[in-house]
Write a protein of this length. Sequence first.
Length: 315
Amino acid sequence: MRLQKILLGVVMTAMVTIIPSVAYGQAYGTVATGTLNVREKATTDSRILQQVGLGVPVEIVTESNDWLRLTLKDGSTAYVKSEFITVHRVVATVEVAGGLNVRDYPSTDKGAIIGKFYHGDEISVHYKVDDWYKISQEGFEGFVHKDFVKEDLLRYLPIRQLSEVQKVTISQQQVNMAVRTPSTKTATSAKSSSLGDSIVSYAKQFLGNPYVYGGSSLTRGTDCSGFTQQIMRNFGVSIQRSSSMQYANNGYAVNANNLQKGDLLFYGYKGRVSHVGIYIGGGQIIHANDERTGIIISSAFSSGSKPFIGAKRVI
């Protein structure tokens, strides 16, 4: 899929149409109740096909009159009430021919244009911030205005406040080519510190939960990189799935003597990253350690763990 970036110096253009440019395709979510009845038709008196538990992932096909049509694991379809599903991501298709501007902040005044999506591009829509939607595609992410989005299932996405939103993480190449909004070091540091405290508090809720290799559930089981990815996702920060890819592609490097809460610390042998944790301050990390211990807090630089390789700041 094609994503063309805007070169430095390009003048930011105003939105000139109110015609929806992004059309809903399909959505993904999780069950938000202890036991959910999945029915054959979109009525409460319809036959129950099965029951699913809290946190089970679902693929959503369409929505009608507060009922969601799902695709089950066996490929069949079923129906559930929308109030029992938490939607996390909607896959949408760009329909505008002239290009859809993507900004690095949900504001035409403060947000610089960092790229465009074109007709036929598929993107993921994650949440809404006032009049803006957070979108991403293959590691590139930003914000588009609601006037260019056909809402459909997007109305079920979570809503965030501007105070919760940080500048999105983009690659150094994109930084070099994009128009950036200047900010003071003091303001950025204070914002990152506050967000770091929130990240640590949220992560600690899952202490003691199981480690599952390849898992991404904070409650039912996750591995180290699944843990960091899901924790950051809760705060609107998108990082890649594996520890090695997170280290290679997300955020920017920070010195071990200048760590802040929320930084990602990476470990491995001979420079090869194979483990990641979240710095919580006081020389400690919280991480999905192994199948024996699960999610724990431990020393960031203990001689009993894998050698420390480096740290990245993604917030």
